[in-house]
Design a protein around this ligand. Structure first.
Ligand SMILES: *[C@@H]1O[C@H](CO)[C@@H](O)[C@H](O)[C@H]1NC(C)=O
Ligand SMILES: *[C@@H]1O[C@H](CO)[C@@H](O)[C@H](O)[C@H]1NC(C)=O
Ligand SMILES: *[C@@H]1O[C@H](CO)[C@@H](O)[C@H](O)[C@H]1NC(C)=O
Ligand SMILES: *[C@@H]1O[C@H](CO)[C@@H](O)[C@H](O)[C@H]1NC(C)=O
Length: 426
């Protein structure tokens, strides 16, 4: 057994409890409004794109009708700027009456009728980041109750306009308040993104006990530089972050921006591959109504999704950073399998990287390999046999790797088995 793997297993089994709401045993998947639609509240001039019930119904229709739901993309999540600037007479949050005339309950019903779940946004503090009413400590219970009455399924709690001591009290209090409603509500905490420091001054044991996921770092933007900045931060801090993750408790490097304007096809595959390796929540923030077929194919890649959703829930890590700009990421998976990502930071031309499974510390033996983005099985590979992967600039090659004996395992993802029935492989 790989030394690294043994190390990770120990970490995994000694990890403390996850938040006990039974939710998000694999990373949550769905759609979140923020990166693409921001705080566009101009429904008069931009009715298709403004933050309104129309946008969320449109996206729910797309998730339900275009094959996303069946792949696991089930959350439709509202972000900031949904609320009225005033609480109601009972002190409860209420949606903007012009943009959400049907109210949130009705939107939740619409979403549930399509087999999906609804997420909402709040902010621990005086105001949300966009200047809407925040959840101060005295409002935590009433806001949790309001969300539960609306039959919301997930809450992202941001941290603008509060200080460290309020956050230290507020994030655990909201966890208790959500539990007290009796409704299972997935809980995303932005707390660590406001704590910062290098290494991060965050108690991940505590976070895992009170939150299902947490935003660790800066907001993603629609650019490759932003994606790279997040990947850099996550790998730099991987010794701290990696053991914090597990079923029901996930690090969140933020949304998938695939299908927008900033990433090339290769960069889009890189984001998908690295987010899968990192066991990251897969929340797309894009326009599902106009998504091009290339982006759709990447986001709907079944092998990448099943790697992301592996039941062991062990976050992967960067194994190697070569001086030539090539990096190798690795994630252990169930059934003694693993995923490898060969990632190029080069900016010249496809790079022919030579290595072997042995050089990556795989146990001696014969392996079967499935190329995730080529969507095809590769020839059998002995650990000692050198191989070459050709990696495009800012691109990846992603492999699913399993000892050849394990391919017969019943529990092996049906997707891989299906592909492996092809005569070319056997
Ligand atoms: C509340 O917490 C208890 C104890 O941890 C747990 O058994 C229960 O399922 C939780 N309920 C909800 C709705 O999260
Ligand atoms: C945090 O904010 C609260 C409310 O404004 C204030 O009472 C408290 O003194 C602040 N704490 C610190 C450490 O700044
Ligand atoms: C971190 O949180 C855990 C769980 O609540 C607690 O037992 C531990 O003492 C905390 N660690 C530090 C350094 O505060
Ligand atoms: C393989 O294991 C050796 C010995 O523990 C270690 O020095 C080396 O860094 C490992 N290589 C990789 C790619 O993890």
């Amino acid at each position: 057994m790989l030394q690294v793997l043994v190390g990770l297993w120990l970490v995994f089994f000694t990890a403390t409890q996850a938040l006990d709401n039974g939710l998000m045993r694999t990373p949550p998947m769905g759609w979140l409004a923020w990166e693409r639609f921001r705080c566009d509240i101009d429904c008069e001039d931009d009715p298709q794109n403004c933050i309104s019930e129309v946008l969320f119904r449109d996206m729910a229709d797309r998730l339900a009708e275009d094959g996303w739901r069946e792949l696991g993309y089930v959350y439709i999540n509202i972000d900031d700027c949904w609320a009225s600037k005033e609480r109601d007479e009972q002190g409860r949050l209420q949606p903007d009456p012009k943009r959400f005339p049907g109210g949130i309950s009705k939107l939740a019903r619409y979403v549930h009728d399509r087999g999906l779940k609804l997420g909402i946004y709040g902010d621990l503090g005086t105001y949300t980041c966009g200047g809407y009413p925040g959840t101060t400590l005295d409002k935590i219970e009433i806001d949790a109750q309001t969300f539960a009455e609306w039959e919301v399924d997930m809450l992202k709690l941001d941290g603008c306009y509060s200080n460290a001591s309020e956050q230290e009290q507020g994030y655990p209090l909201m966890s208790k308040a959500l539990n007290a409603t009796g409704r299972p509500i997935g809980y995303s905490c932005s707390w660590p993104a406001y704590q910062g420091g290098l290494p991060p001054k965050v108690n991940y044991t505590l976070l895992g006990e009170i939150c299902n996921l947490w935003r660790n770092y800066d907001d993603i933007e629609d650019s490759w530089a932003s994606v790279l900045g997040i990947v850099d931060w996550f790998t730099k801090n991987q010794d701290i972050l990696q053991p914090a993750a597990g079923p029901g408790r996930w690090n969140d490097p933020d949304m998938l921006v695939i299908g927008n304007f900033g990433l090339s096809m290769d960069q889009s595959r890189s984001q998908m591959a690295l987010w899968a390796i990192m066991a990251a929540p897969l929340f797309m923030s894009n326009d599902l109504r106009t998504l091009n077929s290339g982006a759709r194919a990447i986001l709907q890649n079944k092998a990448a999704i099943s790697i992301n959703q592996d039941v062991l829930g062990i976050q992967g890590r960067r194994l190697l950073k070569e001086s030539n700009g090539i990096e190798v990421f690795w994630r252990p998976l169930s059934n003694k399998a693993s995923a490898l990502v060969f990632f190029s930071r080069r900016t010249d031309m496809p790079y022919r990287y030579q290595t072997s499974l042995q050089a990556l510390n795989y146990t001696a033996g014969t392996y079967k390999v499935y190329d995730v983005f080529m969507e095809k099985p590769m020839p059998m590979l002995k650990d000692s046999t050198p191989f070459v992967v050709s990696i495009n600039p800012s691109g990846v090659v992603m492999w699913y790797v399993a000892p050849s004996a394990e391919w017969k395992n019943e529990a092996m993802s049906s997707h891989f088995n299906e592909k492996l029935k092809s005569p070319k492989f056997l």
